[in-house]
Write a protein that binds this ligand. Structure first.
Ligand code: GDP
Length: 214
């Protein structure tokens, strides 16, 4: 790809995300999913990984996505429409990995997410968010395996990059790359982002638009 094409793509992504972004609906069960009429990009991550902050940073809004720290109140998929005319839909999946989440809640989460991942032909890519301070945990690998099994291509995104030293971030990036290579549906391109400084946000916007239009 030429530099000019790169610049055009990133400008198109910037414009798209600077334009209309609207909350569409929450789906606590599959029967409430919206029609499959536009490409979807789904966001997954352990609770507190910075998922809401990243969604807000990508869309230049402060209150689009909100977290609830109460396990059990976040067992739904939230859909956000991007663009007018509509170009793509961002899907905020419920956070996982609460320290002492009740077993039936974890089971519900798996059912909802698995059913969504397996049946969704418009789902073009998932983003699995990993806190740069903690790296990949077993519960993340579990989700990566779910995505592998569902054949949903995903990027790993190292969030809160401002919280760690560049040398530690570099080491984490390399280690994560090695891990990703073991997963058939993991995309080799890994992102590092900071919703605080804006680092990596423009690149991720472009990747989202690319995935939605591929
Ligand atoms: P969620 O539970 O995954 O939606 O996480 P939130 O977006 O609510 O973020 C959890 C906490 O991490 C909040 O206190 C945020 O302010 C903080 N946070 C999120 N993203 C960043 C980031 O990029 N840098 C820093 N320094 N803090 C962040």
């Amino acid at each position: 790809m030429t530099d000019v094409a790169d610049t055009e793509r990133s400008e198109a992504a910037r414009k798209l995300f600077a334009g209309p972004v609207e909350f569409l609906k929450s789906a606590p069960e599959l029967k409430f999913l919206p029609d499959q009429d536009v490409p979807e990009i789904a966001f997954a991550g352990r609770s507190n990984v910075g998922k809401s902050s990243l969604l807000n940073a990508l869309t230049n809004r402060s209150g689009l996505a909100r977290t609830s720290n109460t396990p059990g109140r976040t067992q739904e998929l939230n859909f956000f429409d991007v663009g007018n005319p509509l170009r793509l839909r961002l899907v905020d999946m419920p956070g996982y990995g609460f320290a002492d989440a009740p077993k039936d809640l974890v089971k519900r989460w798996r059912h909802l997410v698995n059913d969504y991942l397996r049946g969704r032909t418009v789902l073009k890519r998932a983003l699995v968010l990993i806190d740069s301070r903690h790296g990949l945990k077993e519960v993340d690998r579990d989700v990566m395996r779910m995505l592998d099994d569902a054949a949903v291509s995903y990027h790993l995104v190292l969030t809160k990059s401002d919280k760690v030293k560049p040398s530690a971030l570099g080491a984490l990036y390399e280690a994560t790359k090695v891990d990703a290579a073991k997963h058939p549906a993991a995309h080799p391109r890994i992102f590092t982002t900071s919703s605080e400084t804006g680092s990596g946000i423009a690149e991720l916007r472009t990747a989202i638009l690319d995935a939605a239009t591929s």
